[in-house]
Design a binder for this molecule. Structure first.
Ligand code: BGC
Length: 324
């Protein structure tokens, strides 16, 4: 028998494994097909959709001019994914207190509460916080970052955490809420962190999904919504335990209220996702969605229950620690 035979046999055996594997990968790639060209607002008229409201508690100074947003909206600068982790090294927390920042040289037109739901992802939080402060401080907006941490081992309840964060931010008079995954970082400087007159899905183009919008009603990732609209929808359902579904359910609430999901163009909506293990999916999520649809948005902001809560202001963010 020739010497190379086992090698050839091995290769043949391998091919029987490799060919189906390659086919599965190609099928998966196209199965996750989405919209490269999703419907979005026209870039030249974004200004007229902006929800210009500031926190009534914010002190405006007559001596300062109004902040301008054209430079941000027309910026062509983008961060490359490989530059993302460097931001941690180049971070000086100037001007930040309790996770909040107010522009120094002008009076802002926007006050925005960034709500970040969180558990057990310290390494991501360590990248996210400095990155976001560096990104947001350039935008001339008044903002405050809240991290809402579930501090127990019970199933993850993201909807409940958003409701808790929203209640706090609304009690602190923020007119606009941005619901933000901790693993998503905006890449385009023209992605102004502001609400629009209708809910705005901000993370339409994520590298993990090959920069396509995977389905049109997707509102997960990063979503900007006015506090008034959030209250009108009764917030999120608190019934989703484990990964997934709560955002799709929220999209259902929006459409039942005739809200329209708006998006900025793709070159203003790109995000990179920090790597992590996929959490186990909540297999009951479709059933809960169907039940919720039948009963209307009965649970939500009005039925927030938890074991304990504490609000701890820290320099870079305000931590809301919850046991559900
Ligand atoms: C889940 C959503 C999630 C989306 C994208 C859906 O299957 O229900 O919660 O945002 O996938 O990952």
């Amino acid at each position: 028998m020739p010497k190379w035979f086992p090698v050839q046999r091995f290769l043949q055996l391998k091919l029987t494994v490799w060919i189906p594997l390659c086919l599965i990968t190609i099928i998966q790639f196209f199965a996750a097909y989405g919209h490269y060209k999703y419907e979005h607002l026209p870039e030249e008229s974004l200004n007229k959709y902006l929800y210009k409201h500031v926190n009534p508690k914010l002190v405006m100074k007559k001596s300062k001019p109004d902040c301008k947003y054209e430079d941000t909206l027309h910026s062509t600068k983008s961060v490359h994914t490989w530059e993302v982790t460097n931001q941690k090294l180049n971070f000086i927390p100037k001007g930040i207190a309790n996770g909040s920042y107010t522009p120094e040289d002008c009076n802002p037109a926007f006050s925005v509460a960034i709500l970040v739901t969180y558990r057990n992802r310290q390494s991501q939080l360590d990248v996210f916080i400095p990155y976001m402060h560096n990104f947001l401080r350039k935008q001339n907006i008044h903002y405050k970052i809240y991290v809402i941490e579930q501090q127990d081992d019970k199933p993850w309840n993201k909807g409940l955490l958003y409701n808790i964060g929203a209640k706090q931010a609304i009690a602190e008079n923020f007119p606009c809420l941005i619901l933000h995954d901790v693993d998503l970082l905006p890449l385009d400087e023209n992605n102004l962190y502001a609400c629009l007159h209708q809910p705005r899905h901000m993370s339409a183009s994520i590298d993990k999904f090959r920069f396509v919008l995977i389905y049109e009603t997707l509102v997960g990732g990063v979503l900007a919504i006015t506090s008034d609209h959030y209250k009108q929808l009764n917030g999120f359902s608190n019934r989703f335990k484990g990964w997934g579904g709560e955002d799709d359910d929220f999209a259902g609430r929006m459409s039942a209220n005739q809200f329209v999901i708006l998006r900025f163009p793709q070159h203003m909506s790109r995000y990179t996702m920090l790597l992590h293990k996929q959490e186990a999916k909540n297999t009951a999520r479709y059933d809960i969605m169907t039940q919720n649809e039948k009963h209307g948005a009965k649970d939500g902001l009005n039925s927030v229950h938890f074991e304990s809560i504490s609000v701890k202001p820290q320099r870079l963010y305000t931590l809301i620690a919850v046991r559900v």
